[in-house]
Design a protein around this ligand. Structure first.
Ligand code: G
Ligand code: G
Ligand code: MN
Ligand code: NA
Length: 250
């Protein structure tokens, strides 16, 4: 496929794929506490290609680890210049997480940039958590043992079960934006409230994604949701814009 060839070329050249960073805020203080790294590909001829297109393509063609490494290096480059209280979350695909070389690759990257592993959070989806259980669980255990934190992304949308939540060692849940978007419809606020209670009962933090309106923001604060992320608060930003936003917010 033509796009696959272009992706290989882009990875070899190493200039058109990069991370942008979406700030995440503490709901009580409004402080910027972390950011989510998001992959962007600015194709030389076609312009921006959506991650929903090129991430699955990279997964099918064995290129996902190369993208993962670019995003992890961009993340470390940003962490080096950010206050030590700020952490960054990186999305990890199922294929990467089940790979035996994954933990060492992550830890040696952090070490080469001299970044404390506790400043990195890895976002996995619930479906990841179901596939290749043994490999995934041992990789999570060794990375958590080194201080890296884990979050379940898009919570509520995958093939999750309460048994998996009970056994997986995870530090955070991220409520999928679909639950936030229809929060004001009857009964849905109770659902979000139950997710927050569940996270806290398990000793986890919880982030609401896709916060787009002030009333969602206020409702989530009242429900004691720990962190908020969404276009109302900030869109994804370039590294330089993100770093200057930290400077002005804290
Ligand atoms: O950035 P955007 O909201 O368009 O992201 C679309 C999807 O692509 C999301 O599900 C997001 O998790 C995923 N995604 C974005 N960046 C990365 C990345 O670096 N690695 C992986 N595996 N997925 C990513
Ligand atoms: O699956 P994941 O949660 O990683 O997806 C992140 C994607 O969500 C990014 O592509 C980002 O651009 C997008 N996103 C972030 N905030 C909002 C928001 O407030 N509304 C919508 N619709 N998308 C958002
Ligand atoms: Mn995510
Ligand atoms: Na998500």
């Amino acid at each position: 496929r033509a796009l696959e060839q272009d992706l290989r070329l882009a990875l070899r050249e190493g200039t058109t794929i990069e991370a942008v960073f979406q700030p995440v805020f503490a709901s009580d203080t409004g402080e910027l506490t972390s950011m989510e790294a998001l992959a962007r590909w600015n194709h030389k001829k076609l312009g921006p290609i959506a991650p929903d297109i090129f991430i699955p393509l990279a997964e099918e063609t064995g290129l996902i680890a190369d993208i993962g490494q670019i995003i992890l290096d961009d993340t470390c480059r940003c962490l080096v210049d950010a206050p030590s209280t700020v952490s960054i979350a990186v999305n990890v695909s199922a294929i990467e997480l089940a790979s035996p070389s994954f933990p060492l690759r992550v830890l040696s990257t952090l070490e080469s940039w001299e970044i404390d592993p506790s400043r990195l959070e890895l976002e996995i989806t619930e479906s990841v958590a179901v596939e290749k259980r043994g490999a995934v669980e041992s990789n999570i255990a060794s990375l958590r043992g080194a201080g890296v934190r884990f979050a379940i992304d898009d919570f509520g949308t995958g093939y999750s079960s309460f048994a998996r939540i009970r056994t997986l060692e995870i530090d955070r849940m991220k409520i999928d934006r679909s639950f936030i978007q229809d929060m004001e419809q009857s009964g849905n606020k109770e659902l979000v409230s139950a997710m927050i209670a569940m996270a806290h009962a398990r000793g986890m933090k919880i982030t609401a994604e896709g916060v787009e309106t002030l009333s969602q923001c206020q409702a989530l604060k009242a429900l004691r949701c720990d962190n908020l992320q969404g276009y109302l608060l900030s869109k994804p930003l370039s590294r330089d814009m993100a770093l200057s936003k930290i400077g002005s917010d804290t």
